[in-house]
Design a protein around this ligand. Structure first.
Ligand SMILES: [Cu+2]
Length: 217
């Protein structure tokens, strides 16, 4: 006589573990994308007053995908002629000041930015020290001064237009081993005095504002 006990006794009740991991992934991806502007900024930029107009036509999606190839995006070249050396240009300087919104470990960040306007349009250079060695950072021209909402929204040549270069001015750079980083970017158009400030963010968390510099027009 063989006795068979089927293991049916344990009616398998598996509690459904909702994978928190999935949430995390989504969140961090969103955070990454949001920093880059483009369509996702609509969702995240509640702070931006101008976000009501759904200002990202399908074109900006193309530009988003182009973010993988940063070279096309004109986000800076450390070896380009810096803004304070551009011939026949009007140059203004700004000194970075730390913002209360900076992430931990960024207390020693300092540096300067230069905005040159001349026959070839606008050239912007940032130069900073006290950064995390090997860290990647993003600067944008912003439309308000540092004392007003830490620079406010991004400066845009066409307000409500694409949230990517060349409609905005972005500079991406990586700090060297000593925590210094600098780069220069060009744009065909002149900002006039509407780009009042420049803000530095960690490139992976561009809602964080590390430091801000007012241009001394
Ligand atoms: Cu910014």
């Amino acid at each position: 006589m063989s006795h068979r006990t089927t293991p049916s006794a344990a009616t398998r009740r598996r509690p459904r573990t909702r994978l928190a991991v999935a949430c995390l992934t989504v969140t961090s991806t969103a955070a990454l994308l949001s920093g880059c502007g483009g369509e996702s900024s609509e969702k995240t930029t509640n702070t931006a007053a101008g976000a009501t107009t759904s200002a990202s036509p399908s074109k900006s999606t193309d530009e988003m995908s182009g973010m993988d190839g940063m070279k096309d995006m004109a986000m800076g070249d450390p070896s380009a002629t810096p803004a304070d050396k551009i011939p026949d240009a009007d140059v203004v300087k700004g000194a970075f000041e730390l913002l209360d919104t900076r992430p931990p470990g960024m207390d020693d960040v300092k540096g300067s930015a230069w905005l040159a306007q001349g026959p070839k349009g606008t050239t912007v250079t940032v130069s900073l020290s006290g950064l995390k060695p090997g860290g990647t950072y993003m600067s944008h021209l912003h439309a308000q001064s540092c004392s007003a909402k830490n620079g406010g929204d991004h400066f845009q040549f066409e307000k409500g237009g694409a949230t990517t270069p060349p409609n905005e001015v972005h500079l991406m750079f990586t700090a060297d081993k000593s925590g210094m980083g600098m780069t220069t970017v060009n744009n065909d158009r002149k900002t006039g005095e509407d780009a009042k400030a420049i803000v530095v963010h960690p490139s992976e968390a561009q809602d964080n504002r590390i430091a801000c510099a007012d241009f001394e027009f």
